[in-house]
Design a protein around this ligand. Structure first.
Ligand code: SF4
Length: 251
């Protein structure tokens, strides 16, 4: 039997629980996500560029801060040519206070110059091409393929997806970094859900399964979560017994 056929039915209740947790936050999140998305009337090429810019700005930055920086950039003129012609100080003032804004100014300028010279102002349409751009890693590349090109090439794994997948035991034996997590998830998660899993787990990780002190007492997965922090109001052994070692997804 395929790994997908064995593991997925066992994980479905946890996924549904996460979906319900996140749905209650959905309208607020949609408002923020709408402000991160490029306006629909934009020329396709400019729209794709703005998707990439928004992904570059959003790493290590709260959505509200990214959204405000994007609005300032759009008012200034967020096109490849305009960003190439904008001096670093002005660009810094426009995107401040996004995380690592000085480094992002450098990457935005370098990336825009490459797009202007080698891609006629568009963004690459492959993961391999995208990860060659300064400041663009695999997570950003897969999300850009999905949002900008409407092609699901892989799961976008950030710190939330990496952490929660390991806490819930969705990665066989645990993974050490987001790339390992991406491969482990793609091994069993149906391809139809690859696009959804990112925003579901990011929302869940920002609101419930926090990096420190996760809100396990309100989590609908509290009784199936094998993480040591999964039950923070009773001893884990009291609930599962001393020999419990996880949900046994792969046996
Ligand atoms: S029980 Fe706690 S650690 Fe487990 S998924 Fe829920 S919030 Fe995260």
């Amino acid at each position: 039997m395929l790994k997908q056929e064995r593991a997925f039915p066992k994980l479905l209740p946890q996924l549904v629980s996460i979906y319900f947790c996140v749905c209650s936050l959905l309208s607020k999140r949609c408002q923020i996500k709408d402000s991160l998305s490029p306006p629909p009337h934009l020329f396709h090429q400019v729209r794709r560029y703005q998707v990439l810019v928004s992904l570059m700005l959003s790493s290590q930055t709260r959505d509200q801060v990214t959204s405000a920086a994007l609005q300032r950039l759009r008012a200034h003129g967020c096109t490849v040519d305009n960003i190439v012609n904008t001096d670093d100080d002005t660009l810094g003032q426009l995107i401040y206070p996004v995380g690592f804004w000085r480094t992002k100014v450098k990457y935005l300028k370098q990336t825009s110059v490459i797009l202007q010279r080698e891609f006629r102002g568009d963004i690459p349409n492959t993961v391999e091409g995208l990860v060659r751009l300064p400041g663009v890693g695999p997570k950003m590349a897969h999300l850009a393929m999905d949002i900008a090109w409407h092609q699901v090439s892989g799961i976008g794994v950030d710190t939330h997806v990496h952490r929660i997948s390991n806490r819930l035991g969705w990665t066989r034996g645990g993974t050490k970094n987001p790339e390992e997590t991406r491969k482990a998830l793609e091994d069993w998660l149906p391809r139809d859900l690859w696009s959804e899993i990112n925003w579901l787990l990011v929302g869940f990780g920002q609101q419930v399964c926090l990096p420190v002190n996760p809100l396990c007492s309100v989590c609908l997965n509290q009784h199936s979560c094998p993480s040591p922090s999964g039950i923070n109001f009773f001893s884990r052994d009291t609930i599962f017994g001393p020999n419990f070692c996880g949900p046994h997804l792969f046996c």
